[in-house]
Design a protein around this ligand. Structure first.
Ligand code: PBG
Length: 310
């Protein structure tokens, strides 16, 4: 009766990895229990999400190596894996589930960085933003509901919002990865999208310093002023203080991403007999809600929704 916070399947966003081919399920070794799916599998996951009451899927492509390039131009291909996955979901379930698409160049570049780089390997902010605008438009045209820029370039939210308005995609939302930290928790994700082996250096030139909290508030303020509909904090559990500060300061929908390394930690604890999976999953997800999140991106989404629906 006195419980302040509740968790429901409607709080969950389910990240899915897409691969090319037919009838393929490729398990990801560093993310036990998570696979890349070919489009038929993505359609099946979309139906599963509808049945479970999960309102939104987040898509990440594992681009074929021969389609990766220095400039990541495959991101602009209207027939790339991401666009085909969006259309596949629409064919499978119509508007029954929302589709959130990641905007950043790392699944498409031969160097694994989220943007275009100079000769020294430093990511070029403004040149990258131009490509991200094209990538966003490409995804919106394919039917994305929410554009989620995860690249951390400055000024890209405003530029993307302007082109969505101009090109008749006014109802497409933007969820800004506003406070995204240069974190050690992204390793398994990079395996999943095939960028770990390619990545030279790190992403500290554009992702945030884990020591900074005020900077997160400045980043959120900028993205909201530029037209973001909601903001994200990432990773999740180690940054709940940031979630809380953002929520209290701005009173907008805040989401968190319980990232691949966090998922892997829970699974490793379970495998080691150190904890109960169901309890760990539900407690961590509830903590996000208590901290102020409107919802959580989590690889445990389907499992959690099953537990909550039972
Ligand atoms: C790419 C992107 C990353 C994640 C989401 N989008 C990785 C990175 O920035 O290197 C990480 C998600 C996860 O670890 O689950 N821009």
């Amino acid at each position: 009766m006195h419980r302040e916070t509740v968790l429901t399947p409607a709080d969950l966003i389910w990240p899915l990895f897409v691969t090319d081919g037919d009838a393929l399920e490729e398990p990801i070794a560093s993310l036990p229990g998570v696979s890349r799916w070919s489009l038929d599998g993505i359609a099946a996951r979309a139906k599963e999400a509808v049945a479970l009451g999960i309102p939104c899927l987040a898509l990440f492509p594992n681009t074929q190596p021969e389609r990766r390039s220095e400039d990541g131009r495959e991101a602009l291909n209207p027939d790339n894996l991401m666009c085909r996955a969006i259309r596949t979901i629409r064919d499978a379930v119509g508007d029954g589930v929302g589709v959130l698409t990641d905007v950043a160049l790392d699944p498409y570049t031969s160097h694994g960085q989220d943007g275009l780089i100079d000769d020294a390997g430093y990511v070029l902010n403004d040149e990258t933003t131009e490509v991200l605008v094209g990538q966003s438009l490409n995804q919106a045209a394919a039917g994305a509901d929410i554009i989620a820029p995860s690249d951390m370039m400055d000024g890209r939210i405003g530029a993307i919002r302007a082109v969505l308005e101009a090109e008749d995609h006014r109802n497409v939302q933007i969820m800004a990865y506003a406070a995204k930290y240069a974190s050690a928790f992204y390793g398994p994700f990079r395996d999943a999208v095939g960028s770990r082996g390619l990545l030279k250096g790190d992403k500290r030139g554009y992702q945030m310093d884990p020591g900074n909290a005020e900077e997160a508030l400045r980043e959120v303020a900028l993205d909201l002023a530029e037209g973001a509909d909601s903001v994200m904090v990432k990773p999740g559990l180690p940054y709940l203080d940031i979630v809380r500060r953002v929520k209290e300061r701005f009173e907008v929908p805040v989401f968190a991403y319980q990232v691949s390394g966090e998922y892997a930690m829970i699974e490793a604890a379970v495998a080691a007999g150190a904890g109960d999976r169901d309890a760990l999953v539900l407690e961590t997800l509830l903590a996000f809600k208590r901290a102020g999140c409107s919802g959580v991106l989590t690889y445990h989404a389907a499992h959690a929704a099953r537990l909550l629906g039972a």
